[in-house]
Ligand binder design. Sequence first.
Ligand code: ADP
Ligand code: MG
Length: 767
Amino acid sequence: MSADPEAALAREARRLLEAEASAGFDDSSTPGGISRWVASEGRNTRALTRLSQYSRLRPRTREDLARAVLADLGTAAPAPSRGRDADASVTALPGVGAAAEKRLAALGIQTVSDLLHHRPRRYIDHSSVVAIAEAEPGREVTVIGEVVEIRARPARSGRVRVVEAAIADETGQILAVWFNQVYLVKTLRGRRNVAFAGRVESAAYDRQLTSPEYELDVHRMVHAGRLVPVYPLTRGLSQRQLRRWMSLAVDDYAASVPETLGAQQRRTHGLPDVATAIRNLHFPVDSAARDAAARRFAFAELLVYQLAILRRRQTWRESQPGRPVQIHRDALAAFGGQLPFKLTDGQRVAVAEVLTDLRRERPMSRLLQGDVGSGKTVVAAGALHAIVGDGWQGAIMAPTEVLAEQHTATLRELLAPLGVRVELVTGSVPAADKRRIWRDVERGGVNVVVGTQAIIQRSARFDRLNLAVVDEQHRFGVQQRGEIRAKGYNPHLLAMSATPIPRTLALTVYGDLDISVLRELPQGRRPVETSFVPNHRRGDAYTFIRREVAAGRQAFIVFPIIDESESLNARAATEEHKRLTRGAFADLAEEVGLLHGRLSGAAKDRVMRAFRDGQIKILVSTSVIEVGIDVPNATVMLIEGAERFGLAQLHQLRGRVGRGDHPSHCLLMSETTDPRENARLRTLQTVRDGFTLAERDLELRGPGDVLGTRQSGALGFRFASVTDLPTIQSARIDAEQLMSADPGLNRPEHAGLAAAVERLLQRNEWN
Ligand code: ADP
Ligand code: MG
């Protein structure tokens, strides 16, 4: 017996088809039928693919198909096209010229391999092939028959031309109708054995298929008689065209797409090989096969992603040694000793983790996560103090000027008594001062520089920079995180974020960072009393705000995100501000401020300062205030249209109050009457942990909300889901094993994988 499994399969197919021939093509040659056999073989040679719909055909059509396949099998083994290059341009496909090449490029498709990875948006189920007599109105069917009559005529009304065809098989006849596709008369006239797929309707005298898909080659069902792929298109490209090219590409190139998963690995995870997966992605034998294909691509994507993360971390560790910091014990004690409070347990652990990293030869790469108000700044201060104690400089980067000012004040309070010089450099600092400060930075006279992004963008020169802190890091792209490091100093990096990232996401998005978490808030912090205010009680909410303002407190009124477009949001908040200053708060109009994303950075900072300093009592704002500003005198947060926010985001918003000695309140207003939606919002009344809320969001609303669309989009997954923890974890485990067995991915069997990882690393976001 031949060892070639393909030959063995061909022999088996021939045996079955010959049995079919002698039994009259009644699909009795194998228990369950030929189609089932094809599916269970789980392999996709050309012959098998052609036979996949066999059981659904009627005996006449089966006979034609069986004879055609037998003829094929008789002539040598169907040569699977190895040795072709899937990286060839799409123009290598017959029928794809320069014009088509351009259109495909608009879809990001340049090579045949790109085309093969173009994911169908959905599938139409035309797999039910029935006899015409059985085509019941209301069903999606495929019928196969002869075009006994076809003609074009003007429609009774208007200029439309109607093409009408009578389709017949030996059980009956059905009408097919198209509009304005007169060329079909020529294409279809006198044809036998054509498949038509669509929904059956009852017309005046007959059953009718309106604008059905048709397929001339019933032995190679592409447009009918199967699960038919529907692709994302672009101008000038039709589904039929794309499907035809795809079918050619699948036949001729699927076998030459490099395999990225090992045979053993595929077995372990129950995943098909790449050629099979590609076939079943586009022209699936059945929906189970299609789903298995999608699972395979998702796993492969995550594996490549994890490998890229591990690879980047490894390269970075090897090529750029950090400078270890000597930590002086008495200095540490001095820092702890002069704090106005006791560190929380979480803070103590985080400081210890950071200091351990700082002592190492390789630069720290750590993310500090903690709810708003959990005291991340103190941890950063501890780290800055430690490095300054060993003669290094530090920098801290914040997303807004006001936040940078706040950090400067905090750090001076904590560190100045210990002889640490902290300087602020932002757009608002006079140029002469800035020049002086930078000169001192360059000479080493300044220990810690606080600023906005500007401190990495300008040609900042430090004397001995060895720690960069990035605050509210989710506000910065992955790119900027790299930029600060790329300044050439290769300092230790501490990123801080109040966005609680569930573990699933952390593994993917921050897979290259070590993570510290502050789980609890400092002692004695009063929880923000959160209540749910029905719409008709809005007046009461305003009365409540007035009372607080009269008592000397301040309030936020946050306007909902109404749209992705920041300008629409800005307009809505502006309207609201106008309404309030003319209505409910007319007497306080002078003290009602407005903040939104369309203001310039300087204007935003001006408003935030006025609020911080108490000139503004009520701040009407879009959700831009989510970013870490600390105003202890603010005690009320009214959130309009709360149903539009994720829970974690609402939680971050309410964290803006409750920082002082007075009890604080968060009032949630919601437009919706949907009880499920209201129940979701009510969880905020009892749940006070940002991580729990983020997990809930991830379940209810998906990753975009938790992560911000910018970052989740940047992952660029086509198949994988960032909420699919089991797959992410198994991909992570496999990636770690691969990296320890073959760190350079140099083994021949890892060539496909190595190339895929390399491609991902080349993409811009990764540099
Ligand atoms: P965030 O994590 O949101 O950046 P901050 O670092 O701004 O939080 O800290 C919030 C407030 O809590 C600050 O006023 C800070 O002084 C105070 N704080 C931090 N740690 C403690 C602690 N262990 N005990 C009491 N107050 C603390
Ligand atoms: Mg902060």
